[in-house]
Design a protein around this ligand. Structure first.
Ligand SMILES: *Cc1c(COP(=O)(O)O)cnc(C)c1O
Length: 403
C-alpha cells in the first residue's frame, strides 16, 4: 500500500493543472490501472503521445539496454543512438538535417529561431515577420505561445515577442493578402490538435507553399501532434502533397519518453551554425535510443495501414452512439486524431463527456469546450476499441440525460 494521495497535488505542486481524482499507476497496451487496481481503457494516449500503447516490450527493453550502457554525454560529444535516429528521420522524410530537443515546444522554439536566422542571414533583419493562425498551438515557451493563436495562453505574460501576425485558419484570401517580402515564415499545424482537431484544406497548404516560394519565406509544419503515424502516413504532409522547409515532431516520437526534433533541408539548416542554438539534454542517448525503436515500429506498412481500419471502427461506433443520443454533428480530423464535435444545444459540454467517460473507465480528451478528442494507440486491439465504445456509450447517455 502507499501513502501517496491525490491531495498531495494541491499541497506540493503548483496549481497550473487540475489532475483527475484517480492516480494511474500501471499501464499495458491500451489499458491503465489506478491505485485501487481499477482498469481503464486509454483513448487519450497521454495527449496523442503513447502511439504504441503503454510498456511496449520492445521499447521497454531498448530503454533498459541503453540505461545500462550510457545515459548522458552533453553535446560536446555525439552518440550512436542520436546519429542513427537522425539518419532514419532523414531517410524517412524530406529532411536532410535534424536538431534534437526535449519537447514539442522546444522543437518549435528552435524552428522559429531558425526561420528568423535564415531570413536574417540571406535577406537582412527586416525580413522577420511570422505568420500564424488563430487557435493554433505550438507550445508554452514565451515565443511559442506568442506564435500560437490562443490569446488565453499569452494573457498576463507580456511584453511578448513582436513581429507575429495571426490570421483566420484555412482562409486562403487572408493568407494571400498578408504575406509580404517581410514575411520570414508561415507556421501551421496541418491538423490543428489543441485548436479543435481541424484539418487544413489542401488548397490552403498549397497556397502557403506557393506564397513562401514567391516571397522567399520558409514553410514550417508543426507536426508535433499529427505526425509519427497518427494520420496513417509517417507525417501528415505526405497526405496533403505539400512539403515544408522545416518540420517539428515530438509527442509520439518518444512514445512517452521526452524528445522532440526539428527537421529541415540542409540549405536551411546551414543557418544554425556552431553556437547559434543548443540544449543540454537534446539528443541524449536514452531518448534517441527509445525514439529510434519507436520510429522502427511505427514506420511499417502494418502499423500505418492499421490506422485507417481502426479509425473506421471507432468512427462507426461514434455514429452508432450518436444515433441513440444525438449530441454531435461531425466526426473530423484524420486517422487516429479524431474530433467529435458537439452540436449547437450541447456546445460547451465536452468536459462533461470526458468526466462521464472517466467514471465509466475510459480516458478521452477534449479539444476546447465543444470538441471531444480521441487519440488512442495506433495499435489498439479491436477488443479494446469495442469495450471503449461500450463505455463511451454509457458516458454519452449520462450527459444526454442530464441536459
Ligand atoms: C503538444 C503540442 C506542442 C507542445 O509540445 P510540448 O511537448 O508540450 O512542448 C506543440 N505543438 C503542437 C501541435 C502540440 O500538439
Amino acid at each position: 500500500m502507499t501513502d501517496v494521495t491525490r491531495d498531495m497535488y494541491d499541497q506540493y505542486q503548483m496549481p497550473n493543472y487540475s489532475p483527475a481524482k484517480i492516480i494511474p499507476v500501471r499501464g499495458e497496451g491500451s489499458r491503465v490501472w489506478d491505485q485501487d487496481d481499477r482498469c481503464y481503457i486509454d483513448f487519450a494516449g497521454g495527449i496523442a503521445v503513447t502511439a504504441l500503447g503503454h510498456a511496449h516490450p520492445e521499447v521497454v527493453s531498448t530503454l533498459k539496454r541503453q540505461a545500462d550502457s550510457l545515459w548522458h554525454l552533453s553535446n560536446v560529444f555525439t552518440n550512436e543512438p542520436a546519429l542513427e535516429l537522425a539518419r532514419k528521420l532523414c531517410e524517412a522524410t524530406f529532411a536532410e538535417r535534424v536538431f534534437f530537443a526535449n519537447s514539442g515546444g522546444e522543437a518549435n522554439e528552435a524552428a522559429f529561431k531558425l526561420a528568423r536566422r535564415y531570413a536574417f542571414d540571406h535577406y537582412g533583419e527586416d525580413k522577420h515577420e511570422i505568420i500564424s493562425f488563430n487557435d493554433s498551438f505550438h507550445g508554452r515557451t514565451l515565443f511559442t505561445v506568442s506564435v500560437g493563436g490562443q490569446p488565453k495562453y499569452t494573457y498576463g505574460f507580456g511584453p511578448l515577442p513582436s513581429g507575429i501576425t495571426h490570421l483566420p485558419f484555412n482562409d486562403v484570401n487572408a493568407l494571400e493578402n498578408a504575406v509580404t517580402d517581410k514575411t520570414c515564415t508561415i507556421v501551421v499545424e496541418p491538423i490543428q490538435g489543441e485548436g479543435g482537431v481541424r484539418s487544413c484544406s489542401t488548397t490552403f497548404l498549397k497556397t502557403a507553399r506557393e506564397l513562401c516560394d514567391a516571397h522567399n519565406a520558409l514553410l514550417v509544419f508543426d507536426e508535433v501532434q499529427c505526425g509519427m503515424g497518427r494520420t496513417g502516413s509517417l507525417y501528415a504532409y505526405e497526405q496533403f502533397g505539400v512539403t515544408p522547409d522545416i518540420l517539428t515532431t515530438a509527442k509520439a516520437l518518444g512514445c512517452g519518453f521526452p524528445i522532440g526534433a526539428m527537421l529541415a533541408r540542409a540549405d536551411v539548416a546551414a543557418s544554425l551554425v556552431v553556437g547559434t542554438h543548443g540544449s543540454t539534454y537534446g539528443g541524449n542517448p536514452l531518448a534517441c535510443a527509445v525514439a529510434s525503436k519507436v520510429l522502427d515500429l511505427i514506420n511499417t506498412p502494418e502499423v500505418l495501414n492499421g490506422v485507417a481500419t481502426r479509425r473506421q471502427r471507432i468512427e462507426d461506433g461514434l455514429n452508432e452512439i450518436n444515433s441513440h443520443y444525438p449530441m454531435f454533428n461531425e466526426v473530423r480530423g484524420r486517422g487516429l486524431l479524431i474530433g467529435w464535435v458537439l452540436e449547437e444545444t450541447f456546445k460547451g459540454r465536452s468536459r462533461d463527456v470526458l468526466n462521464a467517460a472517466l467514471d465509466e473507465g475510459l480516458f478521452i480528451l477534449v479539444a476546447g469546450p465543444d470538441v471531444v478528442r480521441i487519440a488512442p494507440s495506433l495499435i489498439v486491439p479491436d477488443a479494446d476499441i469495442d469495450e471503449a465504445l461500450v463505455r463511451l456509450d454509457r458516458a454519452v447517455k449520462k450527459v444526454f440525460e442530464t441536459s
